[in-house]
Design a protein around this ligand. Sequence first.
Ligand code: IMP
Ligand code: MG
Length: 422
Amino acid sequence: MANTILVGAQWGDEGKGKIIDVLTESADIVVRTQGGNNAGHTVHMLGKKYILHLIPSGILRKKKTCVIGNGVVVDPVSLVSEIEGLRKLGIKIDGNLYLSETAHLVFPYHRELDSQREHLKGKNKIGTTKRGIGPAYGDKAARTGVRVIDLVNPERFRSQLETRIRENNEVLKAFGAKPLSFKQVHAEYRAAGDYLKPFVTNTVVLLHAAVRRGEDILFEGAQGTFLDIDHGTYPFVTSSNTTAGGACTGSGIPPHRMDRVVGVMKAYTTRVGEGPLPTENAEVADMLHGMGREFGATTGRPRRCGWFDSVATRHACMVNGIDELAVTNMDGLDSVETIQVCIGYRANGKRFDYVPNDVELLYRCQPVYAEFPGWRTPTHQARTWKDLPPKARSYLKALAELTGAKLAIASVGPGREQTIFV
Ligand code: IMP
Ligand code: MG
């Protein structure tokens, strides 16, 4: 299957965890390349539900190597508890997980600053996951970050952390927040450093050796295209490149070694946190929440919901170079009589067939809809293309045509077996 980049084509939570789990069957290595424990990938396996935050979903399959790449920001304490949690569930983590030496660390002051800044923004808040992701990437860009390679070098770590805590305590005090205790953070992080040491390596060298051996690598994206720091609805975005290019910079594998890009999208649209969502619709939200669906895996927040937005997914197709589409959550629309799909926006008397960069303009955009008849039949038992109701097939074909890529996978439920290869 060669080297595959998998990205979210909407606002995150497209069901990437499940598709990654399915595609992992034919991969040798699974790599996370951006984001941090703001992500929540839900995977259902053998009747159990696993929520992964930092560890690639490939960990749930035997004989797969999982890599946390240089582009990820790692909260080491939370990574330790994620490893421990999986081990308790009987997942083997020994020789199958590697952590990049050059990944940056997330500290308690990042989390505290994330909260303080959100609080200060008041009604203009971003609605972050408060995991400290933005401030950690901020330190990376400002060259004041501390990396995994430092964490496993006790002396260097002590002196770097001293400086960082001193500076950040001043900032926290200015916000009126409680300063942090160096001693406590140091003890916690050093313990995590010792625990993680066996996993730490030069992942660029490791991945290139795998490429030379002809192994197949799956680059698992976190969040989605419109949360990308460059291509998303700034400032209502996360702080990393969630689009395909992030897989290269976040792993050290160059673009011409990548063979295909798979874009995952829901059959409708959701978003957690603030920011524009042109097709947002209260009835769609009520219906999905009433089915017990669309609550955040990391924060438990109810997700905002709306109809499928083909203007947005077409844009995602363009910036990611999506070759193949995986459409998930088809079963979420099983009971809808008439399904709407956004095929354009209207604002200020003008029609848009692309996503405007001006967030204020995007807020004003009214969707132009095309209507599709619903299939009104449960689809969760469909296993092949032919099992799907004809109206569901027409709907999927329309989504692919409007988005501009080939339909490769349709998903009708959280289970591995609820996956239709087209
Ligand atoms: P942050 O990444 O915690 O800074 O949050 C920034 C924005 O990205 C907020 O709107 C979050 O809700 C959103 N976000 C971050 N991670 C995810 C995710 O994994 N799925 C969906 N939204 C996310
Ligand atoms: Mg998620």
